[in-house]
Design a binder for this molecule. Structure first.
Ligand code: SF4
Length: 448
């Protein structure tokens, strides 16, 4: 938990010397708590106070990265339990398993299917980001060979899953440049697994039968010199999902609210060996309740896309709607006689309009007005969409050089602004349909 101004005040010299530029130590403490000042600005603060303040300022949940280059992924560094308090920072990574029992064409087919799990939603590219190689064969050599083959064929970050230190050492050595996530150390194998993680400079997953044992295990691994740890909390004795969800929630609360450092790490969960529908339901719950990585074994796009959609929705900053760039978009190959219409830069609004214009098969221009990511009616009622903002966007993006008819189609919901818009622009304003689903009919019948 962050220190309050009063907590910080207790650690300051309390001489009110003003060298920090603040009138009193209390004023400086308050500024520090609100991150409007830096501790170095007080030249007289003691070393002991510096240490205590630095420890308190450390993030309650560690950031862990694995993978390399463009495929590096980041998990952890969360600061709140509920997204409305601020936002969630590191979107859940979805990983898919590859068994090291696969080889030849079977392995290639599996990797091709995993590589294809990339999608575009409201203009944002989303997809699987990790592949988890599982040591089902029990052979260290086979595990290492399969891991190497997966690395060659797949651009995703790697997770190496085995309980055998020998297998982990063999595979990690082959792909250490890719910085794989090593899974997983148990209380029994902690020392050996930590040694492998340290030698290869890779993060390590820790797993135990209870949260108490998991906390002890992370301390043990840390004592071996491994800082980057990912927690794999236990499910119930029969693998019950409700116990796993409770453990994930407890970890989050203990890490953030109680600043319990031994559990202040991101998490990983596995949902495998069950049918696709169960995987979807369980994985969606795990995404909502704090799992930093969710590994599934389905490669069905119909099962993966909803999970990625959940991630996208949960991890969107609730204070910043998803936006598209304000500019003029060409749909098809419009010319100087093509219709020109405007909408706002709220992604969902824009892509809905775009798909309906595409469906009309009438090449068109869509002018996107910057309304700070709000929809047409919200922007209009908040005065972010008015004759002035539309006229400015028309001038800024040079629409008069695109069409010669000087006609602008406006959304039916803001028909009320048509008079003022005509005055502000000297263009003829045509009121389009209220619902953009009617745009194809409008463009084909009214415009043409
Ligand atoms: S410089 Fe330090 S001791 Fe002096 S007023 Fe500021 S906080 Fe207090």
């Amino acid at each position: 938990m962050a220190l309050t101004g009063l907590d910080i005040f207790k650690l300051l010299p309390k001489t009110n010397c003003k060298k920090c530029g603040k009138p009193t130590c209390l004023a400086f403490a308050m500024a520090l708590a609100q991150k409007r000042a830096k501790l170095e600005e007080c030249p007289d603060v003691s070393e002991e106070a510096k240490e205590k303040l630095a420890a308190a300022a450390a993030p309650p949940m560690l950031k862990v990265q694995f993978g390399s280059g463009d495929n590096q992924v980041t998990i952890g560094q969360e600061t709140v339990c509920f997204r409305h308090e601020e936002k969630f920072h590191s979107p859940t990574v979805i990983g898919v398993t590859v068994s090291d029992k696969l080889n030849g064409a079977d392995l290639k087919n599996r990797l091709d299917s995993i590589n294809a799990l990339q999608f575009e939603r409201i203009g944002v590219k989303i997809g699987v980001q990790a592949v988890a190689v599982v040591n089902d064969s029990g052979s260290a050599e086979t595990f290492a060979q399969t891991t190497e083959a997966v690395k060659k064929e797949c651009d995703y970050a790697l997770i190496l899953v085995t309980k055998s230190p020998d297998a982990l050492a063999a595979a990690a050595k082959k792909v250490k440049d890719s910085v794989p996530l090593l899974a997983q150390a148990t209380p029994e194998t902690a020392q050996e697994m930590a040694k492998i993680a340290k030698e290869n400079n890779c993060p390590l997953v820790a797993t135990a039968d209870s949260l108490e044992a998991l906390a002890d295990l992370t301390e043990k691994i840390k004592a071996e010199g491994v800082e980057d740890i990912v927690l794999c909390p236990p499910a119930g004795t029969k693998g019950e999902m409700k116990d796993l969800l409770k453990n994930l929630s407890d970890i989050r609360i203990l890490a953030l609210k109680k600043v319990f450092r031994p559990l202040g790490y991101p998490t990983i969960s596995f949902v495998t060996g069950v049918d696709d529908d169960t995987q979807m339901a369980s994985a969606a719950s795990l995404i909502c309740k704090y799992s930093g990585i969710v590994v599934v074994d389905t490669v069905e796009p119909y099962a993966i896309l909803p999970l990625l959609t959940v991630v996208m929705n949960i991890y969107t900053d609730p204070q910043k709607p998803v936006q598209v760039e304000p500019k003029v978009y060409s749909i098809g190959e419009p010319d100087e006689n093509s219709p020109l219409m405007f909408t706002t830069n709220f992604s969902l609004t824009y892509y809905t309009v775009e798909s309906d214009v595409e469906a009309s098969r009438v090449p068109s221009y869509i002018l996107v007005v910057d309304t700070e990511g709000t929809s047409v009616l919200t922007a209009y009622s908040g005065d972010k969409l008015n004759e002035k903002t539309v006229a400015e966007a028309m001038a800024k993006y040079g629409v008069e050089n695109l069409v010669k008819h000087r006609k602008l189609i406006i959304p039916g919901y803001v028909a009320v602004m048509s008079g003022k818009l005509e005055e502000a622009t000297n263009w003829e304003v045509l009121v389009g349909p209220r619902e953009c689903s009617m745009l194809p009919k409008y463009l084909q019948e009214v415009w043409n």
